[in-house]
Design a protein around this ligand. Structure first.
Ligand SMILES: CC(C)NC(=O)[C@H](Cc1c[nH]c2ccccc12)NC(=O)[C@H](CCCC/N=C(/NCCC(=O)O)S[C@H]1O[C@H](COP(=O)(O)OP(=O)(O)OC[C@H]2O[C@@H](n3cnc4c(N)ncnc43)[C@H](O)[C@@H]2O)[C@@H](O)[C@H]1O)NC(=O)OCc1ccccc1
Length: 288
């Protein structure tokens, strides 16, 4: 017997070998992706110290109620996240998942992330289900070129996204005073010029996009599932987290990649794999 740390190494090697063996035999694979996948790209997760946006719990701002109460604050929250996401780059895990998708037609990634990094890693669109929307699809932000914030319109988003935001205020920084914007500064429907536009993400209490729900359901009901990868997620938000159980019911083995041991999804089985560490380091090793 070797000491705990080396046992882990061996185990890990043992785990890695048994995982690779199973992946080789797999044809239908799901991946549930969370904020931890993009942590190595410099984007804050929802939990942990950096989980706060200024003094606000992101969960409290991601609601229709918050938007009704203070649309300007919620707009600044999403513009700031879009700014951060635009300045970030996909990491090795995003690319490894995109590569697996190109190699395995029976692979579907279910992303809870709205940061656009899987898309920028050229993950095939048909194999990427954006469960909670995206910061970039909706035409809403173009109108938000509020001079005070100096935000560039979304459709001008280029792969060099970072450059666009270079000289912008980083309002996620508590020390930067929030520019005062009024309801009149907020984007309105280009047609009626009346209705306020809203960020294209799914807020708490709102249903996930119908077409996405249908796509995932069709995939899950179609046949057995060999494996579900659970990457960088605390698996606390439903219905996203429920897909782990549904995959199990379809015969899937579960492979968890998470920085924290205490974030193993509920109901783990001994045949599960758990790889502790940074997704950007582990996922490429798993999917090579
Ligand atoms: C809080 C939770 C309890 N609430 C819910 O689940 C609710 C349902 C509900 C209400 N009350 C309840 C009470 C009990 C149970 C459920 C509920 N769900 C909903 O409201 C959903 C909508 C949920 C979607 C909300 N929108 C998001 N995002 C978009 C917006 C935005 O982004 O602003 S959710 C958002 O938060 C979640 C954050 O979770 P993670 O991504 O996992 O991030 P987190 O920080 O928590 O964890 C990071 C993990 O990574 C790890 N990590 C960190 N660094 C690394 C690293 N480097 N490498 C690897 N791992 C790492 C950490 O250890 C950690 O484990 C994600 O889903 C993310 O998308 N809608 C709905 O149910 O609608 C019905 C309905 C049906 C029909 C008609 C009308 C209504």
């Amino acid at each position: 017997m070797t000491s705990p740390s080396s046992t882990d190494a061996e185990l890990d090697e043992e785990q890695l070998a048994s995982f690779h063996d199973h992946l080789k035999k797999s044809t239908r694979v799901l991946a549930l992706l969370g904020a931890g996948l993009s942590a190595a790209s410099g984007l804050p997760t929802f939990r942990g110290v950096e989980g706060l946006w200024r003094t606000h719990d992101p969960f409290s701002l991601a609601t229709p109620e918050a938007f009704d109460a203070d649309p300007a604050l919620v707009w600044q929250f999403y513009s700031s996240r879009r700014q951060m996401a635009s300045s970030a780059q996909p990491n090795a895990a995003h690319y490894a998942l995109a590569r697996l998708a190109t190699k395995m037609p029976g692979f579907q990634a279910l992303s809870q992330n709205v940061d656009g990094l899987s898309e920028r890693a050229n993950h095939p669109q048909k194999q990427l289900q954006l469960l909670h929307g995206t910061l970039f699809e909706n035409p809403i932000l173009p109108a938000l070129a509020v001079p005070t914030l100096g935000i560039a319109p979304a459709q001008h988003r280029t792969s060099e996204g970072a450059a666009e935001h270079e000289n912008e205020l980083d309002i996620s920084d508590i020390n930067v005073p929030l520019p005062f914007i009024t309801i009149d500064d907020l984007p309105r429907c280009p047609k009626c010029k009346q209705r306020l536009l809203r960020p294209g993400v799914v807020w708490f209490g709102e249903s996930l996009p119908g077409p996405v729900l249908d796509e995932v359901e069709t995939f899950i009901d179609a046949d057995k599932i060999d494996l579900i990868l659970v990457i960088g997620t605390s698996a606390r938000v439903t219905p996203a987290a429920d897909y782990i159980k549904q995959a199990r019911e379809r015969g899937a083995r579960v492979c968890v990649v998470n920085l924290n041991t205490d974030d193993r999804p509920v109901g783990r089985r001994n045949k599960d794999w758990f790889f502790q560490g940074d997704a950007a380091a582990i996922v490429p090793a798993l999917l090579m």
